[in-house]
Design a protein around this ligand. Structure first.
Ligand code: IPE
Ligand code: IPE
Ligand code: MG
Length: 249
């Protein structure tokens, strides 16, 4: 057994299957640096990053994770050079089409999370085909966060609430939750960021309010099942108190 396989076996043996995070959010960062360190273009890094998604989604599904939110393009990422933005959009569209049948075969569900109206209609159309195809699948839901911003999501929820005519006294956390993108998506339990940056960059502000944060220096294209297991192991060693004290849990 290689040392990697051995580590995986050890992590699996220690895993508490009753306490797997139901919703994992991943800030898939570091594609550019991964490519640069190999003398390749940033676009190459994004291509390699997209390849990684399959391993992580499949493994999370096998572990019984219910939802995975993958941060693939933020509302702030439009500010990148237009060449990179176009390449990312092409890659996202190609990913949705290419992975459709495999994801379906895995029994997962698929949806986009983000401000849809600013995306190319073809991306929405392709995503809708996948969402519809997989909507009755029993497995994990893969939420691909594109043109996503945590603040934008709250702003959009507030707009929907005002348009629906709710009076101020009826505004509650529960009401705001019900007007987020995909309201049935629960709070994030574990938020992972790769590449060593220690910030959440506007990801899941509302649903991530009580997420356990896990930062790893591993760059996204190097992130795999073993890295996911390490993140879950760290999560399982945390005590989630939600404002209470240990003795109350
Ligand atoms: C993450 O990798 C992917 C996106 C934000 C689309 P980056 O492109 O941010 O990679 P680094 O941070 O420059 O290494
Ligand atoms: C966060 O990564 C967004 C995604 C991974 C899609 P960035 O690379 O855009 O974040 P900053 O700019 O370092 O905060
Ligand atoms: Mg980055």
């Amino acid at each position: 057994m290689s040392s990697r396989e051995q580590l995986k076996a050890e992590l699996l043996a220690q895993l508490d299957r009753q306490n797997v995070p139901a919703h994992i959010g991943i800030i898939m960062d570091g594609n550019g640096r991964w490519a640069k360190s190999r003398g390749k273009t940033r676009i190459h890094g994004h291509q390699e990053g997209a390849r990684r998604v399959k391993t992580v989604v499949r493994f999370a599904n096998d572990l019984g994770v219910k939802h995975i939110s993958l941060y693939a393009f933020s509302v702030e990422n439009w500010a990148r050079p237009s060449f990179e933005v176009s390449a990312l959009m092409r890659l996202i569209r190609a990913y949705i089409i290419r992975e459709r049948n495999d994801l379906h075969a895995e029994g997962v569900k698929f949806r986009l999370l983000g401000r849809m109206e600013e995306l190319a209609p073809e991306i929405i159309r392709q995503a809708n085909i996948s969402t519809e195809l997989m909507k009755d699948n029993p497995g994990l839901s893969l939420n691909l966060c594109i043109n996503y911003g945590g603040r934008a999501e709250i702003v959009d929820a507030v707009k929907k609430i005002i348009r629906a005519g709710y009076p101020p006294d009826e505004i509650s956390e529960e009401l705001i939750s019900r007007h987020l993108y995909w309201p049935e998506l629960p709070d994030v339990d574990l938020m992972v960021r790769t590449s060593g940056e220690m910030r959440t960059s506007n990801f899941h502000l509302w649903r991530g309010a009580y997420a356990e944060l896990y930062f790893t220096p591993v760059l996204w294209p190097d992130f795999d099942d073993v890295e996911l297991l390490k993140a879950i192991a760290a999560y399982q060693n945390r005590e989630r108190r939600f404002g209470k004290i240990s003795e109350q849990l």
